[in-house]
Ligand binder design. Structure first.
Ligand SMILES: N[C@@H](CCC(=O)N[C@@H](CS)C(=O)NCC(=O)O)C(=O)O
Length: 207
């Protein structure tokens, strides 16, 4: 049995979507960020950095934080959502890493500076808008010639990106100039497991 500690957020949705896709048995623990539960000692024992999601797999004794590591772990445990063939497998890992080190953090900054920052800083707003639009263009190029990020098969690379593109659409960023990214986003959104995943522990609300 896996314990998942999470909240309704882009990084949290990656874990709930993957667990729903894989139909692995898990217990959901809502860590309410608004109430500061991610800063309490019980959660800091799982992730000293105080960020959701985190998992504990009692079957293997593995405790993990960082959503990309969790996705890789679940894919390896189940033998699904990560292609076996060498080229496709490394495509999936490459795009997963692109998400973890580029699109995810950049969208996090864009959401902050555009939607939440108490002081509006035009330079920061412009910088993160440009950097995320550049990343959208890269994804659009990939998806112009491939159905999924890893190639022919839906994988953890798609789940990772969708966690954040879902929030981007809620924030009104949209993909009007990126038709292939928009096609992919709609296709992922139609998956029943994705619909369940983005409603756990509750659907995200706009800023
Ligand atoms: N790189 C981490 C980022 C995790 C993260 O920033 N989670 C956010 C929610 S999406 C969080 O816990 N925020 C609480 C805070 O910043 O205090 C991952 O991919 O898991």
């Amino acid at each position: 049995m896996i314990d998942l500690y999470t909240d309704s957020s882009p990084n949290g949705f990656k874990a709930t979507i993957a667990l729903e896709e894989l139909a692995l048995p898990y217990r959901l623990h809502h860590i309410d960020i608004d109430k500061g539960e991610h800063r309490q000692p019980a959660f800091l024992a799982l992730n000293p950095y105080g960020r959701i999601p985190a998992i504990v797999d009692h079957e293997t004794g593995v405790t993990l934080f960082e959503s990309a590591a969790i996705l890789l772990y679940l894919a390896e445990k189940s033998g699904q959502l990560l292609p076996q063939a060498t080229v496709a497998r490394w495509e999936a890992i490459k795009w997963l890493q692109f998400h973890a080190s580029s699109l995810g953090p950049l969208l996090g900054q864009r959401v902050h500076f555009e939607m939440f920052a108490a002081t509006k800083i035009p330079d920061a707003i412009e910088r993160y808008r440009r950097l995320t639009e550049d990343a959208f263009a890269v994804l659009d190029g990939r998806l112009a010639t491939h159905e999924w990020l890893a190639g022919d098969n839906y994988s953890i690379a798609d789940i990772a990106h969708f966690g954040w593109t879902h929030i981007a659409t809620i924030c009104g960023f949209g993909f009007a100039h990126h038709q292939h990214l928009a096609r992919w986003h709609d296709q992922v959104a139609l998956r029943p497991a994705v619909q369940r995943g983005i409603s756990l522990p509750a659907p995200a609300t706009g800023p």
